[in-house]
Design a protein around this ligand. Structure first.
Ligand code: NAD
Length: 458
């Protein structure tokens, strides 16, 4: 048996033989997690930057560490309320009696994290799973080895092996990990791998939360400032060089505003990332394979007649890909068929909003939807007619940062959601308890069934 399988066994045994973690044990675990993060900010930033070949500390702090610290503090602040038993109403027919729901720990939770926000996507679900009183095993991505090693070291220094444990290894280890009979398995990654995770979990009837990818659209409406929409889309798209699951994948723009939108995006890019050759605010592409994938997709669209607008300062740097816009890419090409997951924004012209809505609905349901409008009517129309995991109106990415909103996908972009109280509940068992009163009418009624009951049921 591999070491991580033994760790699982010991966690499993502990979860079956001992009581759930108390409120103060959970607060203590969350406190240790918070301290682990705040004491190691520089080391974490350095490890992640080395895995990416370059990512600025500011991005790691803003996009990973800060939201995590907020999430942990939010959980600590609200945990007592979340853990409270909930009284439920009793129907007249069952009175007198009492009913309530207890939110209990599930047991052992597995978390599989991707490389793009390696810290946030390991620690955010860990926070919720610990708040819910579970023991947790985390498998970070093999594509972020420096970070994963550091995480394993920090966790082992701050948590007992049967509280939280990090499992290192390649895809074959990840496959074995997914086959463990967890009480819940949360996977963040691609839709394709999500399918095999669900297959593996089904053998053990392990419930899964799948946080997957997809093509998140941004719809810019006629009434909204093109410049403001372009600024927001640029921010959401080019941060972390577009390697963000909820980055706008393509922008639907009124046909007559396309040129203005393209110019505005390029202006914002030039302001955000001047001097590309020496720019330290712009993140690298994680690997040569992904760089080639992105370059191929752009070349294919260009060969098919799409207009490619690229940042003037493009350098031949190995793993850097500066922002590119592809106007009106072929609908059957890679750019419109696959998740872009890089700094390439497709701009799709539309003539009517109904056409834009139909376009979004012709694709699998996305993880996020962005719309830019000041009209309440238009907002209701678009939100009401296009389903997605979450929505930000007049901005990008920010619904993710709301601790009071559930974060998750729908259909091929995922199932189940977490963050804040929704995360606490995701990793809890809502256990129904009914305490019958002294007068139990049902048992008094029989059997043998009396004539009065027969009459009532007639
Ligand atoms: P990936 O699916 O290739 O890998 C994710 C994790 O799964 C890694 O830790 C990897 O080791 C593991 N893995 C790979 N194959 C496996 C298998 N057969 N069985 C078990 N585990 C396996 O994804 P990635 O390239 O690391 O991340 C990019 C994808 O993740 C994109 O599609 C992106 O949209 C998505 N993503 C989604 C969210 C979200 O919250 N919904 C967040 C970030 C990334």
């Amino acid at each position: 048996m591999a070491e991580f399988q033994q760790v699982f066994q010991s966690m499993h045994l502990a979860s079956r033989t001992g009581p759930d973690a108390t409120y103060s044990e959970r607060i203590d675990r969350l406190g240790r997690l918070e301290k682990l993060l705040s004491d190691n900010v520089e080391a974490l930033c350095k490890a992640i930057s080395s895995d990416f070949k370059w990512r600025s500390d500011t991005e790691t702090k803003l996009l990973e560490i800060l939201p995590l610290l907020r999430g942990i503090r939010h959980a600590k602040r609200h945990l007592a309320r979340w853990m409270k038993e909930e009284r439920r109403k009793i129907d007249l027919a069952f009175q007198p009696s009492r009913a309530w729901v207890r939110y209990e720990a599930l047991g052992v939770v597995g978390i599989i994290a991707p490389w793009n926000y390696p810290l946030a996507l390991a620690i955010a679900p860990l926070t919720d799973a610990l708040a819910a009183g579970n023991r947790v095993m985390v498998k970070p991505s093999e594509q972020t080895p420096s970070f994963s090693d550091l995480l394993a070291k920090l966790i082992s220094e701050n948590f007992a092996a049967d509280e939280v444990s990090v499992v290192l290894g390649d895809v074959s280890i990840a496959q074995d990990f997914a086959r463990l009979p967890f009480d819940h398995l949360l996977f963040t990654g691609s839709t394709e791998v999500g399918r095999s995770i669900m297959r593996a979990a089904s053998d053990n009837l392990t419930p899964v939360t799948l946080e997957l990818g997809g093509k998140s659209p941004a719809i810019v409406c006629e009434d909204f400032s093109i410049d403001a929409a372009a600024r927001s889309v640029s921010f959401g798209k080019f941060i972390n060089a577009g390697q963000t699951c909820i980055a706008p994948d393509y922008a639907l723009v009124p046909r007559h505003s396309v040129d203005q939108f393209v110019d505005a995006v390029m202006n914002h890019v030039a302001q955000a990332y001047p001097n590309p050759a020496s720019n330290r605010d712009y993140t690298s592409i994680i690997s040569e394979r992904h760089l080639m994938r992105l370059r191929n997709a752009v070349q294919e669209a260009e060969a098919a007649g799409a207009r490619v607008v690229q940042y003037a300062g493009e350098t031949p740097d190995r793993v850097m890909l500066y922002p590119k816009l592809v106007v009106d890419p072929p609908r059957d090409g890679l750019l419109m068929q696959e998740e872009i997951f890089g700094p390439v924004l497709s701009v799709v012209p539309y003539d009517t909003v109904d056409e834009a809505i139909a376009f979004v609905n012709s694709k699998p349901r996305p993880l996020a939807l962005y719309l830019f409008t000041d009209s309440g009517e238009m907002q209701s129309k678009i939100i009401g007619n296009c389903k997605s995991g979450g929505v930000t109106v007049n901005g990008t990415l920010l619904h993710y940062a709301m601790e009071n909103l559930p974060f998750g996908g729908i259909g091929p972009s995922g199932m189940g959601a977490y963050h804040g109280r929704d995360g606490f509940r995701r990793f809890s068992h809502a256990r129904a308890v009914h305490k019958v009163g002294r007068i139990n009418m049902f048992e008094k009624l029989g059997p043998p069934w009396g004539p009065l009951l027969r009459l009532t049921l007639r």
